[in-house]
Design a protein around this ligand. Structure first.
Ligand code: MF3
Ligand code: CO
Ligand code: CO
Length: 276
């Protein structure tokens, strides 16, 4: 059973209660989402062979500071960085370090910026120089799975319709969907209700209603779905060491569909398309 409640500024995350946001929330999310997207646009020019993920992290930190924003991951549950950088078989939550990126790597950069108290959360894939055909295909399938999820993100459908759209397409394309990490409600909170599973059955889960704000962030693997978290407590990798890709938007449900808060003003959301 879930219930829906008007979002209120002092609300803590409460299991089973899905906040519904009004115009103030949508306005706040537009600003936060646009700035997070702009930060990822900036990364597009920088993510090249020889550059370290620590350098990208510093750039993200400076960008946030210059724009009166705060990176939500900084000091979040002991995490010490402004972005997550997940390379090749790293599924998510990769920690920036001083190792240079190399030709052929595929990197997910995930950033959440807090602007006036609202959280804009988004991630994209970055091909480093020329990449393999199979890496390219995985990235394309991951973007297309998110695109299909966005198509069904509308009132009357359920969270399960979103998961089913991703899973059915991903598996038809011979990729697997990671189960261990999910999309999430957000707003003044970084992680709120509802959970958005990237797999599932049509019609299951809570019904989508105008005012819901959440992320969709599918992680797809070329091999099997299973992941493990490394000893650092963060880095999640595929157990079979096959490549993994992810992309993420923050969205709000509207009367007839959804509004994407984290679209790239430069058309760089899918860097593979952008470089063609
Ligand atoms: N941005 C991630 C998400 O999409 C969360 C990262 S939490 C961190 O929800 F601590 F690992 F950075
Ligand atoms: Co997220
Ligand atoms: Co994110």
């Amino acid at each position: 059973m879930v219930t829906y409640a008007s979002a209120n500024p002092n609300q803590k995350r409460t299991p089973g209660i899905i906040p519904l946001h009004g115009e103030e929330g949508f306005e706040g999310m537009r600003k936060a989402g646009a700035l997070a997207a702009q930060a990822l646009d900036l990364m597009y020019e920088q993510a090249k062979p020889g550059v370290t993920t620590a350098a990208l992290d510093r750039l993200a930190f400076e960008f946030a500071k210059d724009n009166n924003a705060v990176p939500a991951t900084l000091n979040y549950r002991g995490y010490r960085h402004s972005i997550c950088t997940s390379i090749n078989h790293v599924v998510c939550h990769g920690i920036p370090n001083e190792k240079p990126l190399k030709e052929g790597d595929i990197v997910n950069i995930d950033i959440t910026l807090i602007v006036d108290g609202w959280h804009g959360d988004t991630s994209r894939m970055y091909p480093i120089g020329a990449i393999s055909r199979k890496a390219e295909r995985l990235i394309e399938v991951t973007y297309e799975s998110l695109a299909r999820a966005l198509e069904v993100a509308k009132p009357g459908n359920t969270t399960g319709d979103i998961g089913a759209a991703i899973q059915s397409y991903a598996e038809a394309e011979r990729t697997s969907v990671v189960r261990d990490f999910v999309g999430h409600g957000l707003g003044r909170l970084f992680h709120d209700e509802p959970n958005i599973l990237h797999f599932g059955t049509p019609g299951s889960g809570p019904e989508l209603k105008p005012g819901m704000i959440f992320t969709i962030e599918p992680m797809l693997n070329l091999g099997r779905q299973h992941v493990k978290v490394l000893a650092d407590g963060w880095t999640a990798v595929t157990r079979d060491r096959t490549l993994s890709a992810q992309c993420e938007h923050s969205i709000g449900i509207t009367e007839h569909g959804c509004e994407i808060f984290t679209q790239s003003a430069k058309g760089l959301f899918n860097p593979l398309e952008a470089s063609r």
